[in-house]
Design a protein around this ligand. Structure first.
Ligand code: PLP
Length: 389
């Protein structure tokens, strides 16, 4: 055996499907072409100033330089519980039903370590944010993939999960508003998930990173609003997208106290919590003036409208999303996801994400992230119209 032979869990990682795009992107860039990157879901807008001020103040206080409490500062958890009551009408005990996270990705990735034994199954949507499957893999589990397709409004078909799989499943991941399809789910769907979870003793993990990024007055629900949801599930939130704080690494998990205890036990043995100054800034974000969130929504609404119209004028089929900063665009007849992504990159200098990179049922789509200014988006549309597909 070689010293640097990787562990099986790394060998089992799915092939990195964006490798080819990354390579071509570097190649096109090297040719001196001006690239407009619509690939990554990372807000281009800065963190609002009042949140930065709160960090600066907190970082100067030596009390915040020490190890934080593992499960999160009491004040941060109180603020989260308050926000849940206000925003969703859901009551949470800040002590036992809230855990702070070093970004929600961290929590989602670690969660299976608490509840999946080798050979156990997790129900994982596809196409999806890759962390649900990879967290399951790292815990020694197996993913059973639930396809998200347009004829089911990109909701998983629970009736299509075989009984034998349902009885082995320990966790189900869901994510609405959804990345990458930008689909939304109603309470009726969440109630069906609760019933399915109760019937099969499955712990539900709802990734709710985009609940505040919604348009035209639409207010996404929390999974925990569904009756009985807290008896079977948890929800993961992120400050990253709501407050343009992707680099800060702060999020939180809420819900069933036994699930929080499991997650907390994993985390307390791996990390030592979120830097307190960042939690203080998080408190300011969640409790402070929310006009920054309304402004963020206004910005993305304008960008969405510009891009949806431009793409439709150019002959593309795309829904105008009710939430998230993603467009899930149909690949035109006669092309594949990676084929169109390559054409857009080479002929128009546009980076988009091929849908199959998020899972096989994403074939036939590509994803656009609205993370560029209006002028750049308008330029992107001009370039798309100028190429002959
Ligand atoms: C961006 C994103 C996250 C991760 O957020 P962090 O809190 O920055 O780790 C989680 N889930 C989905 C679906 C996302 O798109």
């Amino acid at each position: 055996m070689n010293i640097f032979d990787k562990a099986d869990r790394l060998k089992k990682l799915p092939p990195y499907l964006f490798k080819e795009i990354d390579r071509k992107k570097a190649e096109v860039k090297a040719r001196g072409i001006d690239i407009i990157d619509l690939g990554v879901g990372d807000p281009d807008l800065p963190t609002p100033p009042h949140i930065i001020e709160a960090l600066i103040k907190a970082v100067a206080n030596p009390e915040n330089h020490r190890y934080p409490s593992y499960s999160g500062m009491g004040d941060f958890k109180e603020v989260v519980a308050h926000w849940y009551k206000d925003r969703f009408g859901v009551k949470l005990d800040p002590e036992t039903e809230v855990v702070s996270l070093i970004g929600s990705k961290e929590g989602l990735a670690h969660f299976p370590l608490a509840f999946i034994n080798p050979g156990d199954v997790a129900l994982v949507p596809t196409p999806a944010y890759p962390v649900y499957h990879i967290g399951t893999l790292f815990a020694g589990g197996e993913s059973f993939f639930m396809p998200l397709v347009s004829r089911n409004n990109f909701l998983p078909n629970l009736d299509a999960v075989p009984d034998e799989i349902a009885s082995r499943a320990r966790i189900m991941f869901i994510n609405y508003p959804n990345n990458p399809t930008s689909a939304v789910a109603g309470l009726e769907f969440f109630s069906r998930v609760v019933e399915f979870a109760k019937n099969n003793s499955i712990l539900v993990c709802h990734d709710a990173a985009y609940t505040e990024m919604a348009f035209d007055g639409f207010r996404p629900h929390s999974f925990l609003e569904a009756e009985g949801a807290k008896e079977v599930g948890v929800e993961f939130h992120s400050l990253s997208k709501t407050y343009n704080m992707t680099g800060w690494r702060i999020g939180f998990a809420v819900g069933n106290p036994k699930a929080m205890e499991g997650l907390g036990a994993v985390k307390s043995n791996i990390d030592s919590g979120v830097f307190q100054a960042v939690q203080m800034a998080g408190i300011e974000a969640v409790r402070g003036d929310q006009s920054c969130v309304r402004e963020m929504v206004r910005v993305y609404t304008r960008r969405r409208d510009l891009m949806v119209k431009g793409l439709r004028d150019a002959g593309f089929e795309v829904e105008s999303p009710k939430a998230t900063f993603y467009l899930w665009v149909r690949v035109p007849e006669g092309h594949s996801s990676s084929g169109i992504a390559t054409r857009l990159l080479e002929d128009a200098g546009l980076v988009v994400t091929p849908g199959n990179g998020f899972g096989e049922p994403g074939e036939g789509y590509f994803r656009i992230a609205l993370t560029q200014k209006m002028e750049r988006l308008a330029e992107a549309i001009d370039r798309i119209k100028a190429i002959n597909l």
